[in-house]
Design a protein around this ligand. Structure first.
Ligand code: DGL
Length: 267
C-alpha cells in the first residue's frame, strides 16, 4: 500500500497544478493522473452529470493501485462536497484545504473566489468560508472562459485575449477590496501571473490545487502511508482524448518533458 501511487484527476490539465506541488513536496511518490479531456469542461454541466463523471473518473483511477485519491477539480469538489463516495481510501477535494488557508491568511476578512459556473452556483467555497469565518465578506465570480484559454495554451503573460477576459472577470473582486483571492478552479494557477498582475501586489492568491497537495501530504503522513522508496517517483498521465495538446501544454506547465508518459485511455 505505501508504495502504491497517488491518484489525481481533473477534467483536463488543471489538476496538474496539484501534481506540480505533489512532485515538489513528495518527490519519491508515484502519481497516476487522469484528465477527462474528452468531456471537458465540467463547469457548465448539471450536478448530476458532474457527479456521474466524478464517479467514473474515480473508477478509472481505481483500476490502478492507488493509496489515495485527489479530486483536483474545484467543480467536482464543490458538487461532491461533504458526501464523498470514496470511503475506503483517503480522499480529498480542493475546497476545504483551500478555504482553511484563505481564512488563516486574510487580514481584512475580504476574500474573493473565482471558479467555474458550477462551482460558484454551488456556493461551496462561500459556505466553507462562513463556517470558519462567519464575519468574512466573500465575493464570488464565475470565469467560464478561463478553462478554455488554459486548455488551448493561451497562457503566456502578455496574451492579449486572456488579459482582456481576465480584466472583465476580475473587476468585481478588485472593486470589493479583497486581500485574498482563491483560485477555486485548478486550471487558474496556470495563468496566475496574469491574475496576479491585474489584482496587484497586495492581494495574495491561493492555488486550490497546491493546497490540496499539501493536505494530501499531511493525510498520508498521519496514516503512515508515505512511500519508503529511495528512488524518484514517476508520473503517468492518462487522458480520454488525444494526447498531443496535453503533452504540449502539460510539459510547458510542469517544466518537464512528458513525452512517453501520456496515454490515451477510454473510461
Ligand atoms: N479544473 C476544473 C476545476 O477546478 C475545471 C472545470 C471544468 O472542466 O470546467 O473546476
Amino acid at each position: 500500500m505505501k508504495n502504491d501511487a497517488i491518484g489525481v484527476f481533473d477534467s483536463g490539465m488543471g489538476g496538474l497544478t496539484a501534481v506540480k506541488e505533489l512532485n515538489a513536496l513528495l518527490p519519491r511518490e508515484n502519481i497516476i493522473y487522469f484528465g477527462d479531456t474528452a468531456r471537458i469542461p465540467y463547469g457548465g454541466r448539471s450536478q448530476e452529470t458532474i457527479m456521474r463523471y466524478a464517479k467514473e473518473d474515480v473508477a478509472f483511477l481505481r483500476k490502478h493501485a492507488v493509496k489515495m485519491i485527489i479530486a483536483a477539480c474545484g467543480t467536482v469538489s464543490s458538487i461532491v462536497g461533504d458526501r464523498p463516495f470514496v470511503t475506503d481510501l483517503p480522499f480529498t477535494g480542493v475546497v476545504l484545504p483551500t478555504v482553511e488557508t484563505a481564512c488563516r491568511l486574510t487580514k481584512n476578512g475580504k476574500i474573493g473566489v473565482i471558479g467555474t459556473p458550477a462551482t460558484v452556483r454551488s456556493g461551496s467555497y462561500v459556505q466553507a468560508i462562513r463556517k470558519i469565518r462567519p464575519d468574512a465578506e466573500v465575493t464570488a465570480q464565475a470565469c467560464p472562459l478561463f478553462v478554455h484559454l488554459v486548455e488551448n495554451g493561451y497562457t503566456d503573460f502578455q496574451n492579449p485575449v486572456t488579459r482582456l477576459v481576465a480584466e472583465e472577470y476580475l473587476d468585481p473582486v478588485r472593486r470589493a477590496g479583497v486581500d485574498t483571492l482563491i483560485l477555486g478552479c485548478t486550471h487558474y494557477p496556470v495563468i496566475r501571473d496574469i491574475i496576479a498582475d491585474l489584482m496587484g501586489p497586495d492581494v495574495q492568491l491561493i492555488s486550490s490545487g497546491a493546497e490540496a497537495a499539501k493536505y494530501a501530504r499531511r493525510c498520508l503522513e498521519e496514516r503512515n502511508l508515505l512511500t519508503d522508496r529511495e528512488t524518484p517517483g514517476e508520473n503517468t498521465y492518462y487522458v480520454s482524448d488525444s494526447t498531443e495538446m496535453f503533452i504540449e501544454n502539460a510539459g510547458h506547465f510542469l517544466h518537464q518533458n512528458v513525452v512517453g508518459k501520456v496515454f490515451r485511455s477510454s473510461l
